[in-house]
Ligand binder design. Structure first.
Ligand SMILES: *[C@@H]1O[C@H](CO)[C@@H](O)[C@H](O)[C@H]1NC(C)=O
Ligand SMILES: *[C@@H]1O[C@H](CO)[C@@H](O)[C@H](O)[C@H]1NC(C)=O
Ligand SMILES: *[C@@H]1O[C@H](CO)[C@@H](O)[C@H](O)[C@H]1NC(C)=O
Ligand SMILES: *[C@@H]1O[C@H](CO)[C@@H](O)[C@H](O)[C@H]1NC(C)=O
Ligand SMILES: *[C@@H]1O[C@H](CO)[C@@H](O)[C@H](O)[C@H]1NC(C)=O
Ligand SMILES: *[C@@H]1O[C@H](CO)[C@@H](O)[C@H](O)[C@H]1NC(C)=O
Ligand SMILES: *[C@@H]1O[C@H](CO)[C@@H](O)[C@H](O)[C@H]1NC(C)=O
Ligand SMILES: *[C@@H]1O[C@H](CO)[C@@H](O)[C@H](O)[C@H]1NC(C)=O
Ligand SMILES: *[C@@H]1O[C@H](CO)[C@@H](O)[C@H](O)[C@H]1NC(C)=O
Ligand SMILES: *[C@@H]1O[C@H](CO)[C@@H](O)[C@H](O)[C@H]1NC(C)=O
Ligand SMILES: *[C@@H]1O[C@H](CO)[C@@H](O)[C@H](O)[C@H]1NC(C)=O
Ligand SMILES: *[C@@H]1O[C@H](CO)[C@@H](O)[C@H](O)[C@H]1NC(C)=O
Length: 626
């Protein structure tokens, strides 16, 4: 038995123990690391390197795989890895490796998959010497590093088997190489996004018959979309957003990409209409054309793209009524963003048959009419913006929407001109509303008591109306409110003590509070900033341009989490309370245009984040604090 065991052991170790060359290559790699993430523990001299952590060998004791992703490695990638002759897969993703990617590693003739994404590698990718034998490389992921320079052409010419190349999120420059698919017919995934590539989209990409994913967004690519590109008919995902393109979408070409699921041509500079033949893209789920110069009416054929879940046309010059789209056929629609166009007419009833609609943004257009009860069908609606149109009957609108249990953001400002804020005490609902914007429409009346029932409200915009009466004492029942803008109204009376008790202005937004996720579309505020998540908004109290009297409450220092405090353009008197110096997060403090007297408290020097400070037009005296 012992003899047999010994023989077996010998046999086993003979068949799998690593070669001396492999071991020394790996130890050289280890020596190049300044932080090894603990792998030295198992990478010990004298122990079979095939048993080392992250190492896989074949039967001949050749290292075939090095898998050391997310190990906290720092230091260089040693060229010695290139001398591992049987190496198929190298994965060093998500470490902090720096320096260059050695030529020896890229030019390895055995390597099938090389992933160094999410590191700090830099420099340019060197040209492979012409003597380099053909490569087997199928997957190359060099994304999210600091690579610069133009793409080394010979490297791709050698990579005849390339299937996926991800070079996104680097600083590559120069033209987009045209030779990809001339050399590798199998290329399926090409991601060049978030770089500095310039020049035109190479027409040769049309030769990429196997290409399913092409991402080249966020570069400096110019020119038109070449007709040839539409010959890459396997494309399912096409994004060239954020470039400097021109021209139109060709009706005679776009229908060829009948496999498209995702099309993103946002912020490219395209003009012209959405072509009729788009109706032939039966699989299209997401259509992003936002922030271009596109115009004309929407083609009726868009109704035929029955798979659509997202239509985003924000920031163009589209016009006409929506009645030429039959939304009943777009039953999968979840996001419809038509913001900032020139659409007219009423909201077509057929929209309300899109029962999965969660985001509906029609703001900044010329829609008119009253909201229909049909919207009650949209049980999943979380975001509704009708801002800046000509809608009327706010009472009716709020009564219809109050039952929308999932509604989190409701923005209806700049409508309902000269109407009266409904005071109806029986108004209830809006249980989950977090953002309410009813700004800019000369609305009269008081701050209505039904607002006190919106117990999940975080952001309240009522600025630029003609609201009168006092700031009500129930304001502090809104436990989650942290952004109040009721500026430019005609509110009177004193600043109520209750306002000093707002929990979410007293404390930082805690983790428990940061429950909600990102919106599918950004929220635009009157400040002209846009926010993707409510929680990213600053903590703001803006009571400016009203008719408030009395003093600034002495305990205002309790609102220690405020980022911005604006009490300007009121009739406030008395001194600036010392306790304002407790508001150490403040970036904006505006007390101008009141009747404040006395000195500027020297303790305001503690407000280290202040970027705007205005106490002009008061009756202040004494020295200016240093
Ligand atoms: C590299 O490893 C990471 C983490 O395990 C994984 O997500 C990634 O897919 C791997 N890369 C390749 C090319 O397999
Ligand atoms: C790198 O890209 C390849 C090919 O697309 C992919 O298989 C791999 O998972 C990516 N790595 C990471 C960490 O995502
Ligand atoms: C490329 O890599 C980046 C991360 O570096 C990732 O976000 C992106 O999805 C990848 N592209 C493809 C097509 O997988
Ligand atoms: C881009 O790369 C940087 C640095 O590696 C990384 O922090 C960031 O998350 C990457 N961005 C994307 C979109 O992958
Ligand atoms: C919107 O349409 C009107 C005519 O209906 C036109 O005068 C105006 O210039 C258009 N606005 C934009 C931004 O295209
Ligand atoms: C709209 O589409 C629905 C469902 O496909 C269909 O029943 C209806 O007749 C269409 N309406 C018009 C006006 O074409
Ligand atoms: C709505 O979404 C649900 C879940 O995502 C899905 O099962 C359902 O088929 C969708 N309904 C329609 C009409 O598309
Ligand atoms: C507003 O809508 C309500 C309810 O539908 C209706 O009773 C009222 O007459 C409408 N007001 C105006 C001015 O249209
Ligand atoms: C609201 O009114 C203010 C002041 O008049 C103006 O600056 C702002 O552009 C208006 N906002 C909208 C969305 O119309
Ligand atoms: C104040 O609101 C009115 C509408 O009620 C608007 O016309 C005016 O431009 C606003 N003033 C400022 C300074 O925003
Ligand atoms: C403020 O109140 C005074 C007197 O009560 C009044 O004359 C003035 O018009 C009011 N200002 C505003 C902006 O409402
Ligand atoms: C200063 O702020 C802290 C917390 O932000 C609060 O506990 C304290 O009462 C405040 N002091 C004054 C004088 O308002």
């Amino acid at each position: 038995m012992p003899l047999f065991g010994l023989a077996l052991m010998l046999l086993l170790s003979l068949s799998s123990s690593c070669t001396e060359l492999a071991e020394s290559s790996l130890l050289q790699f280890l020596a190049g690391l300044s932080r090894d993430g603990g792998i030295t523990m198992s990478w010990r001299n004298g122990r079979d390197c095939c048993t080392w952590e992250g190492i896989t060998c074949n039967a001949d004791g050749e290292v075939t795989e090095v898998a050391l992703a997310s190990r906290g490695l720092e230091g260089h990638v040693s060229p010695s890895l290139g001398s591992l002759k049987g190496m198929l897969r190298l994965n060093l993703s998500d470490n902090s490796l720096s320096g260059s990617l050695p030529l020896e590693v890229i030019s390895s003739s055995s390597m099938v998959s090389l992933d160094v994404s999410f590191n700090r590698l830099g420099g340019s990718l060197l040209e492979l010497p012409s003597s380099t034998p053909g490569q087997h490389l199928q997957v190359l992921n060099i994304s999210s590093n600091f690579f610069t320079g133009s793409f080394a052409l010979t490297t791709w010419e050698k990579a005849k088997n390339l299937v996926a190349l991800n070079a996104s999120n680097n600083s590559f420059s120069g033209p987009v190489p045209s030779s990809f698919c001339t050399s590798s017919a199998s290329l399926a995934v090409l991601d060049l996004s978030h770089n500095q590539f310039s020049g035109h989209i190479p027409p040769e990409l049309g030769n990429c018959f196997a290409l399913t994913v092409l991402k080249a967004g966020y570069n400096k690519i110019t020119g038109t979309i070449p007709d040839e590109l539409f010959d890459a008919t396997s494309l399912r995902y096409l994004s060239v957003s954020n470039n400097g393109l021109e021209g139109t979408l060709d009706d005679a070409q776009i229908h060829k990409l009948s496999n498209l699921i995702f099309l993103d041509l946002a912020m490219t500079g395209l003009s012209g209409k959405i072509p009729d033949s788009i109706g032939q893209l039966k699989r299209l789920e997401e259509l992003h054309l936002e922030h271009n110069s596109m115009s004309g009416e929407l083609p009726t054929s868009l109704s035929k793209c029955a798979s659509l879940t997202t239509i985003s046309l924000r920031g163009n010059k589209f016009r006409g009524e929506l009645t030429n789209i039959n939304f009943s056929t777009l039953s999968n629609l979840k996001t419809l963003d038509l913001c900032s166009n020139n659409f007219t007419g009423t909201i077509p009833e057929s929209i309300y048959s899109c029962r999965n609609l969660t985001v509906l943004r029609l703001s900044v257009n010329k829609f008119h009419g009253q909201l229909s009860k049909g919207i009650e069908n949209l049980k999943f609606l979380t975001f509704l913006s009708l801002t800046h149109n000509n809608f009327r009957n706010i009472t009716n609108t709020l009564h219809i929407l109050k039952g929308s249990r999932n509604l989190k953001a409701l923005l209806i400002g700049v409508n309902f001109r000269h109407e009266v804020m409904p005071q109806d005490e029986t108004m209830d609902g809006f249980e989950n509303l977090q953002v309410l914007g009813i700004h800019n429409f000369s609305l009269t009346g008081n701050l209505p008591i039904w607002l006190s029932k919106l117990t999940n409200l975080k952001v309240l915009l009522l600025s630029n109306n003609r609201l009168t009466g006092p700031i009500p004492p129930w304001i502090n029942t809104l436990h989650t409110l942290f952004y109040i803008d009721i500026s430019n109204n005609s509110l009177t009376g004193e600043i109520p003590g209750a306002l000093m008790e707002m929990p979410m202005m007293q404390q930082e937004k805690t983790m428990a509070y940061l429950d909600i996720k990102y919106f599918e579309v950004p929220i635009y505020l009157p400040s002209a900033y846009q926010y993707r998540s409510i929680n990213a908004l600053p903590q703001v109290l803006n009571l400016s341009s009203n008719n408030l009297t009395g003093i600034i409450p002495l305990n205002i220092g309790q609102l220690g989490a405020l980022d911005s405090l604006d009490l300007s353009l009121n009739n406030l008197s008395g001194e600036i309370p010392q306790s304002i110096s407790n508001l150490t997060d403040l970036m904006v403090l505006d007390l101008s245009n009141n009747h404040l007297t006395g000195p500027i408290p020297t303790a305001l020097g503690r407000l280290n984040f202040l970027s705007k400070f205005n106490v002009s037009n008061n009756d202040l005296e004494g020295p200016i604090p240093v």
